[in-house]
Design a protein around this ligand. Structure first.
Ligand SMILES: Cc1ncc(COP(=O)(O)O)c(C=O)c1O
Length: 383
């Protein structure tokens, strides 16, 4: 059966060139980067090269990159590293990934105050709201770069400039945007930035936090003095080498990948609008990731659509990978002001560099019949 993967915001296949780059670091160059012998020095050199490569892609310096186990840990490190044991106020948005929202709730339990900024109907945070929320106690502003469900890209440069004017560090979760939008931490006034390898055709379980020189943050994991004492634990050398290779491929292919993704995304959105009634785009019409098409099909259950598409070999998602196992309506779509009964009819298609025009045509061939069939048996039709 045809198998079409349209869930790249959940994860991506590891690029074969990445696998090749990683392979020697499992078997021949398996040293511990802290060891003083040649095996150790080889591993240490590989880490240094990877750090340089990733820093370059962000306009940062190598020593500003801390390797972690992925986006979740990077988000935790950014927030807890600044706030733990200190109390104070954090400003974030109501549509963040759970790695931020749940960390904020944890910090609230420890006595911190958190402002969860609203978003408009396209999912945008108003930078003016960030400024108005700042108090004398504000220790951190954390607003994601691009949303994992709807793909809306936030005005992070403006938000960063406001935070900088007030002398408050600004963190952004760039897990979904990195590799798909231009990022320069200097130009964008970013003090901390979270990355994850498995969203950009790298291996799972590895990521990084960029921390601007001079910004003091405490570790959240204690142990050896790895990663400048900020993140203890023997470095995942093969994973980090793979992550760096994935970053260099993303940089090399940036323009062709973006053009390809935008073409397929627009072909999908236009094709759906042409062939199916009562469909709406979730998220911003233009300020959105090149690979995200999140659409709301009225009078249909998203989970039923997902299963029917899966039976046709097409993999999509109803929300984020983290929340799609639960039937709670998406906090992101609710924050856009979409009524809960309509939220449930949303499907997220996230495209990747290996997808083809032919695959999108196949989706457009099978989708109208699935929607029609589900609407015919839906108790919601004709409200
Ligand atoms: C915006 C965002 N932040 C953080 C994460 C967590 O990253 P990881 O899976 O590397 O822990 C994800 C994963 O879906 C994400 O989309």
């Amino acid at each position: 059966m045809t198998r079409i993967y349209l869930d790249h915001a959940a994860t991506t296949a590891v690029d074969r060139e990445v696998v090749q780059a990683m392979a020697p670091y499992f078997t021949e160059m398996f040293g511990n980067a802290s060891s003083l012998h040649t095996f150790g020095r080889d591993a240490k050199d590989a880490l240094a090269r990877a750090r340089e490569e990733i820093a370059d892609a962000l306009g940062a310096d190598a020593e500003e990159i801390i390797f972690t186990s992925g986006g979740t840990e990077s988000d935790n490190l950014a927030l807890r590293g600044v706030l733990l044991g200190r109390k104070g106020h954090i400003i974030t948005s109501s549509i963040e990934h759970p790695a931020i929202l749940k960390t904020c709730r944890y910090l609230e339990g420890l006595g911190c105050d958190v402002t969860y900024l609203p978003v408009d109907t396209d999912g945008l945070v108003d930078p003016g709201d960030v400024e108005s929320a700042i108090t004398g106690e504000t220790r951190l502003v954390s607003v994601m770069h691009a949303n994992n469900e709807i793909g809306t890209i936030q005005p992070v440069s403006e938000i960063g400039a406001i935070a900088a004017d007030h002398g408050i560090p600004f963190h952004t979760d760039a897990v979904q945007s990195f590799g798909k939008t231009e990022i320069d931490v200097q130009k964008m006034n970013i003090d901390m930035l979270s990355l994850s390898s498995h969203k950009i055709y790298g291996p799972k379980g590895v990521g990084a936090l960029y921390i601007r020189k001079g910004l003091k943050i405490d570790p959240i994991v204690y142990g050896g003095g790895h990663e400048r004492g900020i993140r203890a634990g023997t470095e995942n050398v093969s994973g980090i080498v793979g992550f760096a290779k994935a970053v260099s491929l993303a940089c090399e292919r940036f323009e062709s990948d973006t053009a390809h993704l935008v073409k397929l995304r627009d072909m999908l959105i236009d094709g759906v609008f042409d062939s199916i009634d009562d469909v709406f785009l979730n998220g911003h019409p233009t300020e959105r990731l090149p690979n995200n098409a999140n659409m709301r099909f009225m009078f249909v259950e998203g989970e039923a659509m997902l299963l029917h598409l899966d039976m046709k070999g097409i993999a999509v998602s109803t929300g984020s990978a983290c929340s799609s196992a639960s039937l709670d309506p998406s906090h992101v779509l609710l924050a856009l002001g979409i009524p809960p009964e309509d939220v449930h009819g949303s499907i997220r298609f996230t495209l990747g560099r290996e997808n083809t025009d032919e695959e999108i045509r196949y989706v457009l061939d099978v989708l109208p019949a699935i929607v029609e069939k589900l609407r015919a048996i839906s108790p919601l039709t004709g409200r």
